[in-house]
Ligand binder design. Sequence first.
Ligand code: PLP
Length: 458
Amino acid sequence: MATYNKDQIKNLLELDKKHYLHPTSSLRQHQESGPKRIFTEGKGVYLTDVNGGRYIDALASLWNVNVGHGRKELGEAASEQMGKLAYSSSFNNFSHESVIRLSEKLANITPGDLNVFFYTSGGSESNDTAFKLVRHYWKLKGQPQKKKIIGLERAYHGITIGATSATGIQQFQNMTNSLAPDFLHAAAHKTNCELGDKNDPDFARSIRGIIENEGPEKIAAVIVEPIQGAGGVIIPPNGYLEAVRELCDQYGILMIADEVICGFGRTGKMFGVDHWNVIPDVMCMAKGITSGYIPLGAVAITERLRDSLAEVSDDVLFHGFTYSGHPAACAVALKNIEIIEKENLPAHAGKMEKELKKGFEYLTENHSLVTKSRAKGLIGAFELFEDREKGIPFKPEKMAAQKLVEECLSRGLIVRAVTFGGTNIIALSPPLIINKEEIEKVISIFSDAIQEVEKSLK
Ligand code: PLP
């Protein structure tokens, strides 16, 4: 393990504070106290910091390190590819072997006829690509007015302008006073409405209500996360995604699944939509595609969609990132998917779901503020309530979830607080290689941390 002396640590802290603008972080806190932790190494489910502190990375960093930290094979795959061909562009129909092999592999594991892939550097770019592709499709079909995109409340789709506009969490939209036009938001998971129940008081806010109100001739696509992640691990009821698929078919609207978190085994199947046998027209991926070892995102479209684009257009597809199909990123993705398949990680995540739920039950039985726990595969959450029987939430100024997350951190456990809209949700999504003993350790740290935090919340 690399060791740092006091002066080296002080120097890193000062330089970080002086020169680094952290993503999605409190600037005030950074300027007052500097970075919270400086990590140096990762192995399995553990991260180590400059002080030698060890942490269970129970969020897989940003829901992405699916195969766990410290996989030498992934570095070797990048190194081998870089030694052969570090970079070449895919513009103008140039190609190279690792992007071709990855596309073949993805075609084998994605559902239905999602067999054609466009590459990006991450989730936001994948979603923006999806929005442009569906609009392009309708335009070429002679329906240029079909351009509105419907997303769900509490959805998170990323931070580029398009992705921010599709996101249904106010805090992300507040940063800019100029969002992209033609994005609408529907109440999440109103299965009955999507099935046609107009008596629901929320009907006008449902996807079906919005389609009928706006007119289907104006709607290009609906985008949904199979399980909402950053919004607080919100698992749809059975029948919901199927209802959205049917609705899209009924009105001639394309369905986009944002699999950026759910993809590559996270939920206990290779993709989130696989739980409900739903085949979207467009599927966006990132994160788990390389387990975060190198940036890569992808957009899958059906062969039908590609064929209709090709049929009506003899034009150039004027959309491409410099790093679309980056050779080293594709080589790492291929090796990463090989590990996921060889080690049966989706099935393992399904097995570990039971352990996680057992742990959540223990926390619920032993701590009166814990409630509403849920998990699918290795993505899970529970909530903190002041009075769970009466459904009284903690007041936001009590910062219940934030306090618990800080307490966990001080005890060597990294998890996430989701507090949008006054919630106190504790979310976790550990690397898919986590075992029973490690989950028990996570639960035991939670239990001790909750006991401590409970005192200050009374
Ligand atoms: N979509 C979902 C569901 C996500 O959770 C995220 C990131 O957390 C994104 C898109 C954005 O991905 P990126 O941060 O790689 O741009």
